[in-house]
Ligand binder design. Structure first.
Ligand code: GLC
Length: 572
């Protein structure tokens, strides 16, 4: 796999010298400051986490742990979980937060069991959840803990009053960030967070080792730009949910955030405040024409910046970043709300655009040629409703709808309240196209024929209405539900959840569905895909107790009001 030679530095941290791909961990950094910090009283009630046990990770050669290579032996070790998590919690309720008069669907308990089965341990502590527990198919990298995949798992655990695993995950991935990362001979930025990691168990030495993938092993060598953003967003969710700010305040966490921010706030040749990315750098981690300024990354970028503002300390280093973030947020929200927003009026304006305009007075600033507007959009665009389109750059507007970006835009308040309402209106009026028989289309519509050949490079996995190309992903249910609650439209979420409940268990929690309506289990979809399970759990718990929304949602910042209104079609 790699020629890496992990070496222990004097302080016990690992330095990978001359490493090319996956890095291995043998020691932990010194988080001893944790034990020196007074913990807020509110936390004492909620946390069962023992900081001393966290520190015990420092000792090498702990008790036997699971090798996630062997799913069978992994499952056999499930009994061990009962000692970590009390049996009464296994059903996912019976905790202060989710008790109430909640009459869960039978599949709720099954989902909790599935989620617990997917836990991955490192030296006795749960540190994440495996991407899929499907041993009927080739593993590829589905036996890893993906940063983005862990987010719904983490939210489920937080909502269930079990923050330890989330904390362990945040610390573990932070440690991975500090390693030297290389793709062939090229060294990646210091702040890059891994796409995924894996725990290897050596039965002879009885020790656990971590390996991580920063894109150097990934199919297509795609860069996980979203990982760092999700990490910051999760750190804020953890802090908000537990009331424990000691983790975020650790110098290591502050530094981790600053490193991520350094990567995305650096000055360059850019003329736009959006973040320029290579293809496949997010949930859609394959060539799908999402290069440039994809909405998913812009929305996550915006949300991560807002979360960082809440988490960064006002010390000398922190202050400098805070100033840069405020400026960027200002420019980014203006740009996104103005140029990525599409509704009936805006579409009509583009349709009538003049081209080749020069100077500040240009209306068609990006020189978009009206002939490039795809036919489908004229039927798809409802009279009321709108959304953030997929991408905007010179002479290019990707009119496709992307679910994750739009939901995150609502949650982060990148979308104004009016725009948020309009997005929900669109989902309602284009229910068949966007939800169909199984929530929820990752993007709409699919690309096919010549365009598919050019855009995907003839990707047989991304054929029309499959996988990333118009496939339906159950994981997106949690994002839809959160957006529904935020916009006061829970009935939309209820409808979507009912659809999922009619299929998910029967179909063994597939990763995605295929077809225009999402009626077929995806061609190459994994079964027992953890984020399908966790997404359902989070949706259910949030709907039952909407106060959970707070950990993943940010209120509108009045100072970021758009200077111009693009359209009046949604202000009725
Ligand atoms: C696929 C998805 C990606 C996900 C991974 C693990 O590659 O495209 O978003 O993180 O599977 O589930």
């Amino acid at each position: 796999m790699s020629e890496l030679s992990p070496k222990l530095a004097q302080n016990g941290t690992i330095k990978n010298i001359d490493s090319s791909s996956p890095v291995a961990e043998t020691e932990d950094i010194d988080f001893s400051k944790l034990s020196e910090r007074p913990r807020p009283l509110t936390m004492e009630r909620q946390r069962s986490y023992d900081e001393r046990s966290f520190l015990s990770e420092l000792s090498v050669g702990m008790s036997p742990r699971l090798s996630i290579r062997n799913i069978d032996s992994y499952s056999r070790n499930i009994d061990h979980l009962d000692t970590v998590f009390s049996p009464c919690r296994r059903s996912g309720f019976n905790t202060p937060r989710s008790a109430m008069d909640f009459e869960p669907h039978p599949m709720f308990a099954e989902a909790w069991e599935g989620l617990r089965r997917s836990l991955v341990f490192f030296r006795g502590k749960p540190v994440g959840t495996i991407a899929a527990l499907d041993n009927s198919d080739e593993e590829l990298n589905y036996d890893q803990v993906f940063v983005r995949d862990f987010v719904p798992s983490a939210l489920a655990f937080l909502m269930n009053g079990e923050p330890e695993i989330v904390r362990n995950f945040l610390v573990k991935t932070l440690r991975l960030q500090s390693w030297e990362k290389k793709v062939d001979r090229f060294q990646l930025g210091e702040g890059v967070m891994p796409a995924s990691f894996k725990v290897l168990h050596d039965p002879v030495r009885n020790s656990d080792t971590l390996i991580a993938d920063f894109g150097e092993s990934a199919i297509g060598r795609v860069a996980p730009v979203d990982s760092g953003f999700w990490w910051i967003i999760l750190l804020r969710a953890y802090t908000k949910s537990t009331g424990d700010s000691t983790l975020a305040e650790l110098p290591e966490c502050q530094k981790g955030m600053r490193l991520i921010l350094t990567l995305c706030l650096s000055e360059g040749f850019d003329t736009f405040p959006t973040l320029l990315c290579a293809d496949g750098c997010c949930m859609i981690d394959r060539r799908m024409g999402v290069y440039g300024y994809p909405i998913e990354i812009q929305a996550l970028f915006f949300m991560a910046l807002r979360c960082a503002l809440l988490l960064l300390k006002q010390d000398d280093q922190g202050k400098e970043f805070i100033e840069r973030i405020v400026k960027r947020l200002h420019a980014l929200s203006y740009h996104m709300r103005s140029y990525f927003w599409l509704d009936m009026k805006q579409l009509n304006d583009i349709y009538r655009y003049k081209t080749e305009e020069y100077s500040h007075t240009a209306v068609n600033k990006f020189n978009v040629i009206p002939d490039s507007i795809p036919e489908w959009i004229f039927d798809f665009m409802p009279t009321y409703g709108g959304y953030f389109i997929g991408n905007v750059s010179p002479a290019r507007m990707d009119f496709r709808w992307f679910c994750l970006g739009n939901c995150v835009a609502i949650l982060s308040s990148l979308a104004t309240p009016e725009q948020s309402t309009a997005i929900m209106d669109l989902i309602e009026s284009r229910w068949e196209e966007l939800v169909g028989d199984m929530p929820l289309k990752v993007c709409y519509p699919a690309i096919e024929g010549h365009e598919w050949r050019i855009v995907t490079g003839c990707d047989p996995k991304n054929t029309r209405w499959s996988y990333h190309n118009g496939g339906s992903w159950p994981v997106l249910l949690w994002l839809l539900t959160a957006a529904c609650i935020k916009t006061g439209r829970p009935q939309i979420a209820r409808r979507a959840i009912e659809l999922a409940e009619s299929r998910l268990v029967k179909d063994s929690w597939p990763e995605y569905y295929d077809g225009k309506l999402g009626r077929f289990i995806g061609k190459q979809a994994r079964k027992f895909q953890t984020w399908s399970v966790a997404g359902y759990l989070v949706a259910k718990m949030m709907l039952e107790d909407p106060s959970h929304l707070g950990m993943i949602s940010l209120e509108e910042d009045k100072q970021m009001k758009p200077l111009i209104k693009r359209s009046a079609s949604w202000t009725f």
